[in-house]
Design a protein around this ligand. Sequence first.
Ligand code: ADP
Length: 232
Amino acid sequence: MDLIRIKHVEKKYKNGVTAIQDLSLAIEKGAFVFVIGSSGSGKSTLIKMLYREEKPTKGQIIVGGLDVAKLKNKKVYKLRRKLGIVFQDYRLLPKMTVYENVAFALEVIGAKKDEIRVKVLKALEEVGLKNKLHNYPDQLSGGEQQRVAIARAIVNNPKLLLCDEPTGNLDPEMSMEIMKVLDNINKTRGTTIIMATHDQQIVNEMKKQVIILKDGHLVNFKEKGTYDNEAI
Ligand code: ADP
């Protein structure tokens, strides 16, 4: 079953730049997919269209049965509840502890306190941070901060996890730690993961599906792909 179906999508920004051109692809439930391509190839634009930060100028995007471009603004929450997002720069709330940062994602949707506690502790255990519940973000390493951001993104058990250069600020060792966490979430929760990255080593070691973008075009979609410089 496909979780995502993209048909003939184009994204032209107001300044006239066409960031994505005639893109069609389908992503199966439970997949782990890397989106690779040089800077400016359209990776972030593709991710942003999946969570309706940007709308396509042509074509159709279906995520978990929702027609994303057609969704009314007041219904966007329905899409957002199906997915979690992880950014390069973590985006944690600096005045909240690790526990509070993750709990906040559930408080805003009105979850009960007991349910919040169970889910937050489970998510923090999965990312290996149960021993740092009461630390503040500035008391954590970059890799730890990103693991908090991942816990926050998965705490409500979304079907889809979108990651835009999640290891972009991390050294190779911390990056591999993050990849182990993401791989484990994909395998144990069955969460579909789409990750935009520049990181050659990660793509080559993980052996997942790979979407290659070049100048906004899909140039390849491979099983167990590698980071092939010639194609990029
Ligand atoms: P990548 O993530 O692969 O680096 P992006 O999706 O960020 O690529 O950018 C694709 C193209 O779209 C680039 O030419 C970029 O300059 C342009 N672009 C991205 N965001 C905007 C925007 N908000 N307005 C105008 N052009 C943009």
